[in-house]
Design a protein around this ligand. Structure first.
Ligand code: GCB
Length: 676
């Protein structure tokens, strides 16, 4: 396994999100694939026996599994759900004769964790890491049915990211002179070093891309609030004599107005009269589309259209600013997790999640603890939801060169994929690494350098659970993100200690590092429907009480400029592996796993409503271009009160400043009412 990982390590594929247009075509490979599960933890039975040469549907244990989806929860067998090792997917694909002459690629948006891709008898490439896309060029046989086979291995170890413990266990008693073994032969334990279920398989969509002999392999756009625009178009191979015609048009709200046209694979300009992209509550998330036409003489040989926004993220020692306006993020830590398909992409769940985030008046989320689907990033752009995008590195504890190389690779893949999304306001290198260890210092310095070298327009952060007095890496960060669970993992039941614990801790960090800070996780577990007065842990009342106490601290820290954001953990309940501290998963969600609100959801909704009103009020005095934009009637900039039926005027457009003022007054009345 290990040599395979190394082999696949440095194969960067700077792949653009699949697009169909006048030139580009693709076939979706989503649907039912033949599926064969090996025994757990084999030495690669399928590889040794070259299963990719066989029609897997003839195997006695073959079944069908949908793509995209995790396979774990689709069968009522413990061995399936908890499988560790190889599984095999296979699809019969007949290429269209008319596509002969095109270059073809197999593309996968996400396969967790290690993927070996075969076309017929050939291993066309391997990929390491569960949540970022990859593609390999392939040559189909146009005279027959082709077999696309993907072998997937989900085993976690010291050198996977994220890591896990893999341990064989033996315990033998001698009874009456005879050995008596506790564990069956070959027994092992696989324990992830993270708190979510290690859903495996082909988790996001798969495609056959059909492209020309030379094509656009990357478009990198940097567009700032002052109208400066620069772009670089990369071709899949260096070719002389080609050029590009590039236009930029507004996408919303005045669709189609061309604001820039130029030529060349690389160019820059100052674009006049642009509308800026703002997160919800601060203005309108105006988007533009860059159309790049690759030309060979007068012949158009490729077209790619990329959506982006003009906006600038800056930061000082206290705050993040978007287009010069101080930005306070109030949102969610979350998971891509749902019943049945696990971490598999599902547009229904994605849209419900984003709608529910908006219903609770959130303006941001973190892609805890891995990059989410790119479809979600495009939706966040459109809705004006700010995102801290995180690599799949959670629970890092070993800071050696092997992990560093893989970590850099994943960070690079992530930035490559998401660089053009205006919604992405920061890159998070990882969640809760053991950065009290000395060796983490040089490791993270190098990672932060990779991030800044690739993208100097966004701050670098890392989510820490260390202490201000032992952390080794905070000095490399632009923003310090901190997770804390006072009142839950410590001082459980002692509500009166919560607010001061947060305030003291954050002030100590601030005093030492003097950087902007975000509380990226806080919360308490609650089993939906379990209620008790007074609350005890795991009741809905206790969750609400903890959250309210944290909010008291956050209000003080926000007002004295110590923090620049807060995110509740978690948006919704989610599945984890089994442990005595988890009851069929983690219940810190303010929503249940099927996205129904607990009591806490209404507390968050009210708080985020009040914050939206307060922050809009604070920034409207300094607002510039956003104040003059006109509404397209979309829902992006709408905030709702928790009781909009009795209080209809609480639904306001963030760009309609007349009704905004009315809402500010209402908000203040609400705040006053809540405080008496
Ligand atoms: C954390 C982790 C998150 C866990 C959470 C918890 O600090 O970042 O992955 O799920 O705590 O609920 O314990």
């Amino acid at each position: 396994m290990r040599c395979l990982l190394v082999l696949s390590l440095f194969l960067y594929t700077y792949a653009l999100y699949p697009q169909r247009n006048e030139i580009r075509q693709y076939d979706s490979l989503d649907g039912l694939w033949t599926f064969v599960r090996e025994q757990s933890n084999t030495n690669g039975t399928g590889l040794v026996n070259q299963w990719y040469l066989s029609d897997l549907s003839t195997f006695p244990n073959a079944t069908q599994i949908p793509v995209p989806s995790a396979y774990n929860d689709l069968v009522e067998q413990r061995e399936w759900r908890d499988h560790v090792g190889w599984v095999w997917y296979q699809l019969k694909y007949t290429p269209a004769q008319r596509d002969q002459g095109l270059r073809t690629f197999l593309r996968f948006e996400s396969v967790n964790y290690f993927a070996m891709v075969f076309l017929n008898d050939k291993n066309v490439g391997n990929h390491t890491g569960g949540h970022l896309p990859f593609e390999f060029e392939v040559t189909f046989d146009y005279t027959k049915i082709n077999f696309i086979t993907v072998a997937v291995n989900n085993t976690l170890s010291n050198s996977t990211i994220p890591p896990g413990e893999f341990q064989y266990k033996t315990e033998v008693y001698t009874i009456n002179g005879q050995p008596y073994s506790v564990y069956p032969d070959g027994f092992f334990e696989q324990t992830p070093d993270f708190d979510f279920f290690n859903y495996a398989g082909i988790l996001r969509s798969a495609y056959v891309l059909k492209l020309g002999s030379v094509f656009i392999s990357d478009v990198w756009i940097i567009a700032q609030a002052n109208g400066s625009l620069s772009y670089t178009i990369t071709l899949d191979k260096s070719t002389t004599g080609l050029t590009a015609n590039v236009t930029v048009s507004s996408l919303q709200p005045t669709t189609g107005t061309i604001v820039y046209s130029g030529t060349g694979l690389q160019n820059s300009a100052i674009v006049q009269n642009i509308e800026l992209w703002y997160p919800r509550g601060y203005g309108y998330p105006s988007l533009y589309v860059m159309e790049a036409k690759l030309l060979n003489g007068t012949q158009v040989i490729d077209i790619y259209r990329e959506t982006f926004g003009f906006r600038t993220v800056t930061w000082d020692s206290d705050k993040i600013y978007i287009n010069g306006k101080p930005f306070y993020c109030h949102g969610f830590g979350a998971h891509e997790d749902f019943e049945l398909h696990g971490r598999g992409y599902n547009p229904v769940v994605m849209i419900k999640d984003l709608n529910t985030m908006e219903w609770m008046n959130g303006n941001c989320y973190r892609t805890s603890h891995y990059p989410y689907s790119q479809e979600r990033a495009y939706e966040a752009d459109r809705r004006g939801i700010a995102v801290i995008t995180e690599t799949p590195a959670v629970g890092m504890r070993l800071f050696d060169n092997t992990n560093l190389a893989l970590h850099k690779y994943m960070l690079t893949e992530m930035i490559q994929r998401d660089k053009n999304h205006p919604s992405v306001i920061a890159w998070s290198m990882s969640n809760e690494p053991q950065t009290y260890k000395n060796e983490s210092k040089a490791y993270y310095q190098q990672l932060a350098n990779v991030s800044r070298t690739l993208d100097s327009t966004r701050p670098v952060t890392n989510v820490l659970d260390t202490n201000w007095d032992d952390d080794q890496i905070a000095e490399w960060l632009d923003i310090i993100c901190i997770n804390r669970y006072y009142g839950w993992y410590s001082n459980t039941g002692y509500l009166q200690t919560i607010a001061n614990s947060y305030i003291g801790n954050f002030l100590a960090w601030k005093q030492k590092f003097n950087k902007p800070m975000i509380l990226t996780e806080y919360g308490a577990g609650a089993i939906a429907g379990l209620t008790r007065e007074p609350g005890v842990d795991f009741t809905e009342e206790y969750q609400v009480e903890v959250i309210r106490r944290v909010h008291m601290a956050l209000d003080e820290l926000r007002k004295n400029g110590t923090i620049t954001g807060e995110m509740i953990w978690n948006f919704a309940d989610f599945m984890t592996s089994q442990s005595t501290t988890r009851a069929a998963g983690n219940h810190k969600g303010v929503l249940t796993r099927n996205r129904q609100p607990k009591m806490a959801a209404y507390v968050i909704k009210d708080r985020y409503y009040n914050l939206t009103v307060e922050l809009a009020n604070a920034t409207s005095a300094t607002s510039t271009s956003s104040a003059t934009a006109t509404s397209s009637g979309s829902t992006q900039s709408t905030i709702t009160s928790s009781n909009s039926s009795t209080n209809p005027s609480n639904a306001v457009s963030a760009r309609n400043y007349a009704s905004m003022c009315a809402s500010i007054i209402l908000g203040l009345i609400l705040l006053f009412a809540m405080s008496v």
